[in-house]
Write a protein that binds this ligand. Structure first.
Ligand code: AMP
Ligand code: GLY
Length: 422
């Protein structure tokens, strides 16, 4: 089989490595991929949002199955465009990807179908938003409606911070069109859990839970990033909570999307906060998370491609999805200065024996050398019987990888470890 994977980060590298475990896979193309992914797939320099070029490429190459991994092409309708040419795809159509593409849509969906989430107000007018903030409970959360490269959310601890975020989104157009509408919502507290779930629109099968580490610095200090590391499973996500989430969040969301005529197929990502009033949805993503994928897929015992195809064919109900009863930890190595500004072009050295557990996010190949080319450069994942062991092994690998100006958090998994010891 010829497989096409759209995207070029650590998540896509993890997806490709896993897909290749299926013996029927002959060729994997990555569009655009990256210098590290090039060791596992044929990279073609077509951008993830170049819809027409991608469709043309898929037709010419007679692709058997396409996996659309990033949010932007999903929201733009790449799956619709490929399906129109009879190329089966993993991922939701545009009318379902809106669950991530518009926060106003997802908040209104949850309200309409009684899915637990933070209470909120929607504003299309700046003056009304600023007036509301004169009396709104503080802290509060300001969210740009559309996609904003993960930067559209502001946690405001004072009225001034909240108003500044509103002005930046609505007047200064910091996020372009994405900030024309905003959501102002209740500030929630509690441990956060990421749950990715396969769904074919009828059945939903959650994967092993995970915990992201979004801030750039140790102990959750510093700026928000795309994610500096992950562990799985998330110890806060007990069997009881999982059951509750299935009944009050996962199944109702799939049913709500069907009732709206927006059947969701692919991977639905539930960003959850375990509040004292029960689990609540913080956000939906219409795709695999990055770097959650880098801990979830290495724990997947079943065949990934079979699971993906089952979401397309509507056969998820009869498809076994099994996870290893082990722990995984992924530590991201970034370029010093990320997420603001950083230098690139430094040579990366990775010992041969750990290559299989390294997922390259930002690197290019030049004359046989791998050079840094992004903020998040790579992730290293280790698996062990215990969380403590997985963390130790991951850091042991990190210490064997080198490039100039490398930086990484030293405390990935520590909060989770403490939760297991409490
Ligand atoms: P997002 O960009 O939607 O992933 O949000 C970034 C982070 O903001 C989340 O991972 C949460 O830690 C935090 N966050 C989002 N919404 C809320 C909320 N209503 N209350 C508290 N924290 C939130
Ligand atoms: N790790 C969070 C995300 O993929 O959006």
């Amino acid at each position: 089989m010829k497989i096409l994977v759209i995207g070029g980060g650590g998540r896509e590298h993890a997806i490709i490595k896993k897909i290749k475990e299926n013996k029927a896979v002959e060729t994997v193309f990555a569009l655009p991929g990256n210098g590290g992914i090039a060791q596992d797939a044929t990279c073609v320099p077509i951008g993830a949002c170049e819809i027409e070029k991608i469709v043309e490429f898929a037709k010419t190459q007679k692709i058997d199955y396409a996996v659309v991994a990033p949010d932007d092409p999903l929201v733009l309708g790449l799956v619709d465009a490929l399906e129109a040419e009879n190329i089966p795809c993993f991922g939701p159509r545009a009318n379902a990807a809106i669950i991530e593409g518009s926060k106003v849509f997802s908040k209104n969906l949850m309200k309409k179908y009684n899915i637990p989430t933070a209470s909120y107000e929607v504003f299309n007018n700046m003056d009304a938003a600023l007036k509301y903030l004169d009396t709104a409970p503080i802290p509060t959360v300001i969210k740009a409606d559309g996609l904003a490269l993960g930067k559209g959310v502001t946690l405001a601890f004072t009225r001034e911070e909240a108003k500044k975020a509103v002005v930046e989104a609505m007047q200064d157009k910091k996020f372009g069109k994405s900030g024309e509408s905003i959501v102002i919502e209740e500030y929630l507290e509690g441990p956060e859990v990421s749950v990715l779930a396969f769904t074919d629109g009828k059945t939903v099968k959650p994967m092993v839970s995970s915990m992201d580490h979004k801030r750039s610095g140790d102990n959750d200090t510093g700026l928000n990033t795309g994610g500096m590391g992950t562990i799985a499973p998330n110890p806060y996500y007990t069997k009881d909570i999982a059951k509750q989430c299935m009944e009050t969040i996962f199944v109702p969301t799939i049913e709500a999307m069907n009732k709206e005529g927006r059947t969701f197929k692919g991977c639905l990502y539930f960003g959850l906060m375990l509040t004292k009033d029960g689990p609540k949805v913080i956000e939906y993503n219409c795709r695999f998370g990055d770097p959650e994928t880098q801990v979830v897929l290495p724990l997947l015992e079943s065949d990934l491609l079979t699971a993906m195809m089952a979401t397309t064919n509507g056969t998820l109900c009869e498809t076994e999805i099994k996870f290893r009863n082990k722990n995984a930890c992924c530590v991201i190595m970034a370029s010093e200065g990320y997420p603001v500004s950083y230098e690139k072009g430094f040579e990366i050295t990775i010992p041969e024996d750990i290559l299989s557990s390294v997922y390259i996010a930002g690197a290019k190949e030049e004359n046989g050398r791998l050079l840094t080319s992004g903020g998040r450069v790579l992730g290293v994942t280790s698996i062990d019987e215990t969380l403590k062991g997985a963390i130790e092994k991951a850091y042991c690998s990190v210490n064997r990888i080198s490039f100039d100006n490398a930086f990484f958090r030293k405390d990935i998994g520590q909060k989770a470890l403490k939760a297991t010891e409490d």
